[in-house]
Design a binder for this molecule. Structure first.
Ligand SMILES: O=C(O)CCC(=O)C(=O)O
Ligand SMILES: [Fe+2]
Length: 274
């Protein structure tokens, strides 16, 4: 079942009870899968931001602090062209470290990294195109693990297979060939909080915004250990204050919902084989 998404251009990224809709089930499922795997059992996907970057776009240094709950991790998914991602510390005096984010990379910003300054100073051409490597040709059948958020399994399979159909896929392939999409997912509320006003009808927030064409003003120092899973190495940065985890899973690219569904499926398959 496709649900209505509330689309909001909200440059100030202020959450209100008036602007919300059901959170996409497949994206919630993917986040649940990853958060459980990493040991964040209580994570609830409540807000998502989609950033569309064309070559030449940048995102200026900022922290993400609009959520009531700033302790929960933030999950950030990259698709399409690559990006240079800078991550520093709690203020702009901290010199940042640069990390290349490729299609399929997931950044988990937790602990100190959750409130660290970060930025995207450059979009760069991807060296490989996992969205056109044939993984998308595979028919997906009903052999998945139990889902927590996805309610209509049959429809999910139909949607996933439609999204990997060549004609449908070509649209996204072409888009990914020129652009980068980043989706980042946050928990807004504290564990037992029901809404921003603490009333009972809280569901979720879904915000869509466009990457602003700002330039990076300053640089900052990285305070992270980066753990690359799935065959990647462990990189220890200059100062070890925090652990930021990168999970590389080479997701294929589809539409805003479908690619997440497909990625979720593939991620689950990979988890099973670990
Ligand atoms: O595009 C990215 O990797 C980062 C996006 C971001 O930091 C944000 O939307 O707050
Ligand atoms: Fe951010």
């Amino acid at each position: 079942m496709r649900r209505k998404l509330f689309r909001l251009f909200n440059p100030s990224r202020v959450y209100t009870e008036d602007n919300k809709s059901l959170f996409p089930e497949d994206l919630a499922e993917l986040c649940d899968c990853i958060s459980n795997y990493l040991g964040y059992q209580n994570f609830r996907a409540e807000a998502a931001i989609v950033n569309y970057y064309h070559i030449g776009c940048t995102l200026s240094a900022h922290t993400d602090h609009s959520e009531v709950n700033l302790e929960a991790p933030l999950f950030s998914f990259s698709f399409g062209q690559s990006a240079i991602f800078l991550i520093g510390g709690p203020d702009k005096n901290v010199e940042p470290s640069a990390i290349m984010l490729n299609s399929g990379d997931i950044v988990v910003m937790s602990k100190e990294a959750r409130l660290s300054y970060h930025a995207v100073p450059k979009i760069v051409s991807a060296l490989s195109q996992p969205w056109s490597n044939g993984e998308s040709d595979k028919e997906i059948c009903d052999n998945m693990a139990n889902f927590k958020y996805i309610t209509n399994r049959q429809q999910l399979i139909i949607d996933m297979n439609r999204n990997i159909d060549n004609k449908e896929w070509d649209l996204f392939k072409n888009y990914a060939q020129e652009s980068r999409i980043n989706m980042n997912v946050r928990q807004v509320l504290h564990e037992h909080q029901k809404s921003l006003l603490d009333v009972n009808n809280f569901k979720s927030y879904f915000l869509v915004s466009f990457a602003p064409f700002y330039y990076i003003e300053e640089y900052f120092l990285c305070v992270s250990i980066l753990v690359f899973l799935l065959g990647c190495s462990v990189i220890t940065e200059k100062r070890i204050v925090n652990i930021t985890i990168f999970v590389y899973y080479n997701a294929p690219f589809g539409d805003n919902l479908g690619f997440i569904t497909t990625s979720c499926h593939i991620f689950k398959q990979r988890l099973k084989s670990w």
